[in-house]
Design a protein around this ligand. Structure first.
Ligand code: PRP
Ligand code: URA
Length: 208
């Protein structure tokens, strides 16, 4: 299964705080960005680097820099925006491709309302960000769009993942690695993750 649950103490602590029912919008937002940054660190461990020589304080010194085209971060609207600054804090030059999806709460299928992708996707690492991987419908639809546009190196960063969503992504796109702070227990009858975080979009935007 292509999922990596990052069980770092800082992530476990922060996610524990996010699960509180009385958390404020401010705290939920801040923690979502912090966990996103920690997941980014893990998901980019194998980024390509190249060596070059610079003028250092004591003469020439060989240093490394990232090579190739800039990463694209792909927030799935709306809730994915709640992780964007966290990712950009580590990869500040990344280009941002935006996918607008809303889950139909009756059918649980994802409806697309926006697709604004950067160019040369075939040469970029794509980091999809969305706090919740529930049924997996939104994630599979996003990966479908990215692949159709040429993306080849796609990774998904989610705060919480349900086993059902992981399975669905794995079945449709076994090449896509999922990085998550927690693989939770299951989905409830409304397609919400248990124990999960509740409605992440509402918590990040203060709606409801
Ligand atoms: C939530 C969440 C994911 C999706 C996950 O978004 O942010 O995008 O549901 O569910 P799935 O795995 O079953 O597709 P939602 O559609 O509620 O929209 P929002 O981000 O605008 O709140
Ligand atoms: N979307 C959310 O925001 N939370 C869930 O648990 C499932 C989908």
């Amino acid at each position: 299964m292509n999922v990596k649950e990052i069980r770092h103490p800082l992530i476990r602590h922060k996610l524990g705080l996010m699960r509180r029912s009385d958390i404020s919008t401010k705290n939920f937002r801040e923690l979502a960005q912090e966990v996103a940054a920690l997941l980014t660190y893990e998901a980019t461990q194998d980024m390509a680097v190249e060596t070059h020589t610079i003028q250092g304080w004591c003469g020439d010194v060989d240093v490394e820099k990232l090579s190739g085209k800039k990463v694209t971060v792909v927030p799935i609207l709306r809730a994915g925006l709640g992780m964007l600054d966290g990712v950009l804090s580590l990869v500040p030059s990344a280009k941002v491709s935006v996918i607008g999806l809303a889950r139909n709460e009756e059918t649980l299928e994802a409806d697309t309302y926006l697709e604004k992708l950067v160019g040369e996707l075939n040469q970029r690492m794509a980091l999809i960000i969305d706090p919740m991987l529930a049924t997996g419908g939104s994630m599979v639809a996003t990966i479908d769009m990215l692949k159709k546009a040429g993306a080849r190196d796609i990774r998904a960063l989610v705060l919480v993942a349900a086993p059902e969503g992981i399975q669905r992504v794995n079945d449709a796109h076994p090449d896509v690695q999922i990085y998550t702070a927690s693989v939770d227990q299951r989905l409830n009858e409304h397609g919400y993750i248990i124990p999960g975080l509740g409605d992440a979009g509402d918590k990040i935007f203060g709606t409801k």
